[in-house]
Write a protein that binds this ligand. Structure first.
Ligand code: SF4
Length: 65
């Protein structure tokens, strides 16, 4: 699976990083980094990555089919 990140929409709440710290991180300025930009999420992280997508309160994350 792939995830698209709408960075302007992200408000830095960090719920995604809480659900999937191996996939999403926030720096000290609440700037989001998505580790697998442009790539498939590795199979071992797909379940937590989906939970992260579902956790975002502003719908900045979308799973691409
Ligand atoms: S949960 Fe959504 S708003 Fe919060 S850091 Fe992640 S992408 Fe951004």
């Amino acid at each position: 699976m792939k995830i698209s990140v709408d960075y302007p929409r992200c408000e830095g709440h960090g719920l995604c990083a809480g659900q999937a710290p191996a996939v999403f991180t926030l720096d000290d300025d609440a700037q989001l980094t998505y580790r697998f930009e442009g790539a498939d999420v590795p199979d071992e992280y797909v379940t937590v990555a989906r939970a992260a997508v579902d956790s975002c309160p502003v719908a900045a994350l979308r799973e691409q089919s």
